[in-house]
Each structure stands twice: as C-alpha cells, then as structure tokens.
Write a protein that binds this ligand. Structure first.
Ligand SMILES: *Cc1c(COP(=O)(O)O)cnc(C)c1O
Length: 384
C-alpha cells in the first residue's frame, strides 16, 4: 500500500467545504451567528446546559480551571498518561501540579491510587483544589467513584474530554457534567471531529459559564444589566476582569456544525474498527484497553500494550517503514524536562511508565477502510 495510513485523521466532506465557503462570503468571519449555532448544536449533542466554543482545548482547560477558582499555589492533580496541556493549563495559573497513577487495565486514572493519595494529602494538609481526569482514548473514567471522592475531600472536577466527543457514561453523554463541574473537548484534526484548531467547554452552572464567556474575550461584558459604571451609550463596554482572546471563528464553527451532524456515523465506524481489531488480536500477545462498566468509548484511539519495550520498538519501526504511522500516547508528563525540574522523578508513577514503555496507538479514524485495517493487522501479525 503506497498511501500513508496515520493513527488518526480528519474526514472532510464537500458539505463541510460548502459551509466554510458560505461563512467566507458572509458578513461575519468571527463573533458571528455560526459560533452560537455551533455551541447550540454541541449543547444538544452532549446534553449540557451551557457550552462555550474556544480556539483550542488548551485554552478551554485554562478557562475552566480559572473560572472554577484554581489559582496561585493551589494543588491540582491529573494523570501522567495525558497530553501536556492538561497539566500545563494549571501551571498557567500558578497551581502546583501533581499526578495520580493510572490503572494498568483501563489506562485511565486509578481510583485506588487516587484514594490513597487523598488520604495522605488530608494528613499533610495538601488536598487538591481541582482534579482533571482524562477520558483516555475516548474511554470514560470511573466518574462515579471520582465524584464520590470529590464530595468527601472537597475538590472540583474538570473532565479532560479532548478524546471523548460522543462518549457516554452512566447513560449520559460526556459533557453533560453529571459528575463534574466542567468538561473540555478538542477539535484538533486527529480527534473525533475537527474545526482545524478548536475546542468546547461545557459546564453545569450558569455562574461559571458567565465567567468563562467573559474571560474568553478580554474580560469584557456588553450586558448593560451587569455593568458596574454608568452606561455611556451604544458603544460602551466594560472590562471587569483580566481575560484573553480565546475565541473560535465562524469559519471554524461552520466546519464544526457539519462535522457534528455526522457524529453518529463517525462513532459507529470507530466502534466497528475497534471490534475488528479485538477480533483479529485474540490469542496474540497484545493487550487492549479494558472498558469501564458504565462507559461507552468514543474510540479516539485504539491503543495496545505489547509484551515489552523491545517488541514495541520493533513493531513501531516496521509499521512506520510500511507507511503505517502508528504513534505512542503518551510520554508520561512528569518525565518531561520541565516537570522533572519541578521535582518529579522517573519511577514516581510506575503504572504510567510501564504502560508508556509498551504502548502503541494503531490507526483509528472513521475514514479508515476495512482493506486498510486488514493491511495494518496483517503487518502487525507479520512482525509479531
Ligand atoms: C489534544 C489534547 C488536548 C489539547 O487539545 P488542543 O485542542 O490541541 O489544545 C488536551 N488534552 C488531551 C488529553 C488531548 O489529547
């Protein structure tokens, strides 16, 4: 096969292109009606009360953490098996980042590790203000257990749902914030749906949503009812807090609306591909992600564990040589030089490190054909 098969990629249809062109011909390229339309469509899709479109999920995490009060010196916890942004966004706010190890079977946050760490932190007076569980590969974490612990120990929860557009937990879509304060999604082209760059923040509380909406655009409000000083005319606005420019454009939102309209078929195909991998790998020395009882994955990634790191390297290199662009998700965040300099060490989170040594993300996207997948499977069998 001469064509490159990546681990993930977008699918763009003619109707996506038409929708983008329509915005380009319209009056508003940004701050127009299509952003609002995208937010409404997304709200309906994930069953949330409030949604704010953002320029990427990193910005979304920054806004969500900040609106929920995370600040200088506060303790913030996430998992090492995530993209850097989950932790970095807490660092933007001066929070002290720490990690909770992953479960060796679900590759997501380990509930027993979390419980243990919370008990210890309570004794030391270092309980976290906020925890960000990551729905790794689209597989929801055990949110009921995390929520129960949040009630006991008093921390807030922001779901890093960058992988989980369309995933469900306990019969509700991720994004409904049934067991959290907020959820943040990414629309980078390798993710489930795309806007080029882009993201969405869904929240449960009107008050938090209002702060996010304000912070999204320089801390400005044009809502006369909420103004502190006297209204001076039609042009008047107030900057009430320090904010950013984290807005999504209408050009991107138009793409998002169309992508979202095909989400069902997208997810169905991803489930099919996952099923075909599992069937093909039965009896082979390959382990895949154990699914949470109450969760239904969106299958952003199909990540497998191989027997040892030498095998992983061999499979990685030989597949890459055949134009199959497999990838490794993730290098444990605490082993990055920036985090090592903050005091972390290799060996701090053994499950995440064990997992990293052996993991491999195989091609998984709804545009992948059976023929392409069969080729990938055949090559893996050949190497093993
Ligand atoms: C992609 C990703 C992000 C960041 O998303 P961007 O939209 O690229 O900023 C955050 N967390 C996780 C787990 C991701 O995979």
């Amino acid at each position: 096969m001469s064509k490159t098969i990546p681990y993930g990629r977008q699918v763009i249809e003619e109707e996506d292109i038409d929708a983008v062109i329509q915005v380009l011909r319209s009056d508003f390229l940004t701050q127009g009606p299509v952003v609002t339309q995208f937010e409404s469509a997304f709200k309906n899709c994930v069953n949330s009360l409030y949604a704010t479109a953002v320029c990427n999920a990193t910005a979304g995490l920054h806004l969500a953490y900040s609106a929920l009060g995370l600040g200088d010196g506060d303790m913030f916890w996430t998992v090492p098996n995530t993209f850097l942004a989950t932790a970095n966004a807490a660092r933007f706010l001066g929070a002290q980042v720490d990690f909770v190890d992953i479960d060796p079977d679900t590759f997501c946050l380990s509930i027993s590790a979390l419980e243990e760490k919370l008990k210890l932190a309570e004794k030391k007076g270092t309980l976290p203000a906020l925890i960000a569980p990551v729905h790794f590969a689209g597989q929801p974490c055990d949110m009921k257990a995390i929520y129960a612990l949040s009630q006991k120990y008093g921390f807030k929860i922001v779901e890093d749902a960058a992988h989980a557009v369309g995933a469900t937990y306990d019969k509700k879509p991720i994004g409904s914030c049934q067991y959290s304060e907020a959820a943040v999604f990414s629309f980078h082209p390798v993710k489930i749906i795309t806007t080029g760059e882009g993201g969405m923040v869904t929240v449960k509380e009107e008050k938090i949503n209002a702060v996010i909406k304000k912070m999204l655009s320089h801390g400005i409000t044009r809502d006369k009812s909420g103004m502190v000083t006297k209204d001076q005319g039609e042009w008047f606005y107030e900057m009430q807090m320090l904010g950013y420019n984290y807005r999504l454009t209408d050009i991107q939102a138009a793409l998002g609306v169309m992508q979202l309209s095909r989400l069902k078929a997208n997810l169905k195909r991803r489930r099919e591909i996952a099923g075909r991998y599992k069937e093909a790998f039965k009896g082979l020395p390959i382990k895949w992600q154990k699914e949470e009882k109450l969760g239904e994955s969106a299958w952003h990634l199909f990540t497998v564990l191989l027997n040892d790191t030498a095998t992983r390297k061999r499979v990685f290199e030989q597949l890459r040589a055949k134009n199959i662009f497999v990838q490794v998700h993730y290098i444990p965040v605490h082993t990055q030089p920036y985090y090592l300099a903050l005091g972390f060490n290799r060996g701090n989170f053994p499950n995440a490190e064990y997992y990293y040594e052996r993991c491999l993300s195989l091609p998984m996207y709804h545009g992948l054909s059976n023929e392409e997948q069969d080729y990938v499977i055949a090559k893996i069998k050949e190497v093993l």
